[in-house]
Design a protein around this ligand. Structure first.
Ligand SMILES: Nc1ncnc2c1ncn2[C@@H]1O[C@H](COP(=O)(O)OP(=O)(O)OP(=O)(O)O)[C@@H](O)[C@H]1O
Length: 347
């Protein structure tokens, strides 16, 4: 039984539709993410799941029970959903312990205290119970918000851009920590963000939303290596398209050689296509007969991201460990190392 199901959900404001025919499901303990640019409808979807937006069509189920359709919806407080927001939304006049215990009003004093201690330990803030939110860093405040949302043992945790107020390093650390905490507690989670690193670090399944429509719902690995649409290929990760021709049922030929895949391409032989080449598909190899010219390089610490010009004049990106330090203008040997052929009919 799925923990969350959205079945052809349509949402909007007034007469305007904002989210169309949205369908996806999360198994218990799974973490999902809706990834998309500003205004694509991510927050509206979270609000509908929490019970704060009416559905224009479709239906939503939590743990095997339908909780909303176009004519009826279960009240938000009866859905057992926890929420974490971008701005933490902690009560400033309450201690950390009181914030975490806020949703446990019906628990006995002893049970509540032990649950609050358990949650403080879970988020690594054992000694912070008596402090107030303003005495904590942004990252610590977001940990408290997470502890407060998890304390009542929600069936689902919704997270709306939870790390966007934090600096890059902390964002990365906290997204890994939150992922581990949700897995440790077996909590099903749904995150919305515009940040793909966050989506990749947190989620088992990621859906890309464009103008209120879900374009692909799959693992982060598949989203990166097997994007279903041209839009996803360019929105998720770096890469370029190189011109190619279909050769046989499941192969393409292009400047860097021939690439094949197991499934047929569904495009007639000799059709012109664009083949997706990611920076990690181009390996630096001094012995390779294929030479490319370094046009640009960006130092990324552990690696350089090179922009290379092929003999045809087309450009590719190449991610190379940073001990291979080549100057702009230098010719370097490259070879293709790729195990996912992604090609779209020529734009
Ligand atoms: N209360 C409202 N009344 C009318 N239109 C709204 C309302 N809330 C949101 N919208 C519109 O619905 C669309 C989707 O908004 P939503 O907040 O869901 O997007 P989002 O993907 O979460 O964006 P962001 O990342 O910028 O928060 C936008 O065009 C927005 O202007």
């Amino acid at each position: 039984m799925d923990a969350l199901i959205l079945d052809s959900v349509v949402l909007g404001y007034g007469g305007k539709s904002v989210v169309s025919e949205l369908s996806f499901a999360l198994a218990p303990g799974e973490i999902g993410c809706l990834l998309g640019g500003s205004g694509c409808g991510k927050t509206t979807v979270l609000r509908a799941i929490a019970g704060f937006e009416a559905l224009q069509a479709g239906r939503i189920a939590l743990n095997g029970h339908w909780v909303a359709d176009a004519s009826w919806q279960l009240a938000p407080e009866r859905r057992q959903i926890g929420m974490v927001f971008q701005d933490y939304a902690l009560f400033p006049h309450m201690t950390v312990a009181d914030n975490i215990g806020f949703g446990l009003r019906e628990w006995t004093h002893v049970d509540k205290r032990s649950r609050v201690d358990e949650m403080l330990a879970l988020v690594g803030l054992e000694d912070a119970g008596k402090r107030y939110p303003h005495q904590l860093s942004g990252g610590q405040q977001q940990r408290v918000a997470l502890a407060r949302a998890l304390a009542p043992g929600p069936t689902l945790l919704l997270m709306d851009e939870p790390f966007s107020n934090l600096d890059v390093e902390l964002r990365e650390r906290l997204s890994i920590d939150v992922h581990n905490i949700l897995k440790e507690t077996g909590t099903t989670g749904l995150l919305v963000t515009h940040n793909q690193q966050e989506a990749f670090a947190m989620a088992d399944r990621v859906g890309v939303m464009v103008d209120g429509q879900l374009q692909q719902w799959s693992s982060p690995y598949a989203l990166y290596h097997e994007p279903a649409t041209r839009h996803i290929a360019t929105f998720v990760g770096d890469g370029v398209f190189l011109p190619a021709r279909v050769s046989g049922q499941n192969c393409v030929s292009f400047e860097l050689g021939e690439l094949c895949r197991i499934q047929p391409l569904d495009v007639p032989a000799d059709t012109a296509v664009d083949v997706l080449i990611r920076p990690d598909d181009i390996q630096h190899d001094d012995r390779s007969p294929i030479k490319a010219k370094v046009l640009e390089r960006v130092f990324r610490g552990a690696a350089f991201l090179y922009t290379l010009e092929l003999p045809s004049g087309d450009r590719v990106l190449s991610l190379v460990p940073s001990h291979h330090n080549h100057a702009v203008g230098e010719m370097i040997g490259i070879q293709l190392e790729i195990d996912h052929l992604v090609a779209f009919p020529k734009a």
